[in-house]
Design a protein around this ligand. Structure first.
Ligand SMILES: [Ca+2]
Length: 132
C-alpha cells in the first residue's frame, strides 16, 4: 500500500514542528435557494493534508450557524485551510463555494464570498509551535 506509507511519512514529517489549529464560529448569510429547493447548508473542513470532517445540515435556513468546532493537532503555519460550503439536495449536494487561505499564528475571523451566492463567516486560532 504505497499510498498509506506516503501518508504516514507525510504525517510524521508534519508532526516535527506541529501546532494546533481550531476552526469555529462557522456561520453563513444570504445563502440562496437552489432552483427547486431550499438553502440547506453545511460545511466541509480541511487543513493541509487532513480532512477534519463536516458540520450538520441546517435545513431551509439562508442564515445558518453551526456549533461544531474542528481541531487539527498537526497543523503548521502556511497550511491551507479549506472550507467547502454545500447545499444539501435530494439527489446531489451542490457546492456553493470554497474558501481557502494559508493559516497564520494567532486568531483571525474572515468573511468569504461564495461563488454561487452568500457569505461564509468563520474564525480560526493557530497556536504557536512549542519552542525548543
Ligand atoms: Ca437544498
Amino acid at each position: 500500500m504505497p499510498s498509506c506509507c506516503s501518508l504516514l511519512l507525510l504525517l510524521l514529517g508534519v508532526s516535527l514542528c506541529a501546532a494546533q489549529v481550531k476552526i469555529y464560529n462557522l456561520r453563513a448569510s444570504d445563502l440562496p435557494a437552489g432552483l427547486l429547493g431550499t438553502p440547506d447548508g453545511y460545511v466541509k473542513v480541511f487543513c493541509g493534508p487532513a480532512d477534519l470532517g463536516e458540520t450538520s445540515v441546517r435545513n431551509d435556513n439562508p442564515n445558518p450557524w453551526w456549533e461544531e468546532e474542528f481541531s487539527y493537532f498537526k497543523a503548521q503555519e502556511n497550511n491551507v485551510l479549506r472550507l467547502e460550503v454545500f447545499d444539501s439536495d435530494f439527489l446531489f449536494d451542490d457546492l456553493r463555494g470554497v474558501c481557502q487561505r494559508k493559516i497564520k499564528v494567532g486568531t483571525y475571523s474572515h468573511d468569504c464570498f461564495l461563488e454561487k451566492g452568500g457569505t461564509l463567516h468563520y474564525t480560526y486560532t493557530l497556536s504557536a509551535p512549542p519552542q525548543k
